[in-house]
Design a protein around this ligand. Structure first.
Ligand SMILES: [Zn+2]
Length: 115
């Protein structure tokens, strides 16, 4: 979450930096009326009523989260996919084959024993 305001001069959205945003929250909680802001686009400075300041979802965190998730998913698919093939599928196939052989062997042995 970030705190943003719209510049009265350029009508562009600017953000209040994290350190200041924390102080701003403290200030607005203390019912201080106005907060000094500086527009990032035109350097216009003005006092903003804390009610003119709104919270927006931080797309950087959303993006970072999305990228991290994609990377993590990719890594998991890559490694677990590979690991799955190597550590699960192969032993299962080998075990299945071995089990089949054991089963066949025992079946023949039993049949031979029965005879
Ligand atoms: Zn501006």
């Amino acid at each position: 979450m970030r705190l943003a305001f719209t510049c009265r001069k350029s009508y562009k959205q600017s953000f209040i930096d994290g350190h200041y945003a924390n102080r701003l929250i403290a200030k607005s909680e203390l019912k201080r009326e106005e907060v000094g802001t500086t527009c990032a686009h035109c350097d216009h400075q003005e006092k903003k009523h804390h009610k003119d300041i709104y919270a927006v979802a931080d797309w950087r965190i959303l993006l970072a989260g999305g990228v991290l998730e994609l990377v993590l998913t990719g890594v998991l698919i890559y490694y677990l996919g590979l690991m799955w093939a190597l550590t699960f599928s192969l032993p299962i196939l080998v075990w299945k084959q071995q089990n089949e052989k054991v089963h066949q062997f025992n079946l023949n042995r039993i049949e031979r024993h029965v005879r």
